[in-house]
Write a protein that binds this ligand. Structure first.
Ligand SMILES: [Zn+2]
Ligand SMILES: [Zn+2]
Ligand SMILES: [Zn+2]
Length: 129
């Protein structure tokens, strides 16, 4: 008769589960959903890049690591490359933020540094009524 009879959670966690949630309590059901979501995400990632057996292997490093080249002039910099705060590698000429299209928020950092150096910057205006 009762369509929503309560049984102990199938996970034996002590709570009660419902039949529409696979006899799991809401917490365990949520965990299950999360797990399934992660699994499906993983399978998507795996299926997006099928393993090709006849892949030409060049070098011992993975293909995800590009050669160290300057992000602006594409010159090979190897170990002498400079990694900018924006995360890109540059040659000696383009290492400076103004020499490449730097995406790092230097202004924000400077603002933070100033705020740290001078904790009491604001408040020079006294509210009066
Ligand atoms: Zn449970
Ligand atoms: Zn360069
Ligand atoms: Zn940069």
């Amino acid at each position: 008769m009762g369509s929503s009879e309560r049984k102990p959670c199938a996970n034996n966690c002590g709570f009660f589960g419902t039949s529409e949630k696979l006899n799991l309590c809401s917490k365990c059901y949520k965990d299950l959903c999360l797990e399934e979501e992660l699994a499906s995400m993983k399978s998507v990632l795996c299926s997006a890049k099928p393993p090709s057996p006849a892949e030409p292997s060049q070098g011992t490093e993975g293909p995800s690591k590009p050669a160290n080249r300057c992000g602006t002039c594409n010159k090979k910099v190897g170990l002498t490359g400079f990694v900018c705060k924006c995360g890109s590698t540059f040659c000696g000429v383009h290492r400076y933020p103004e020499k490449h299209k730097c995406t790092y928020d230097f202004k924000g950092e400077a603002r933070e540094a100033i705020a740290k150096a001078n904790p009491v910057v604001k408040g020079d205006k006294i509210d009066r009524f």
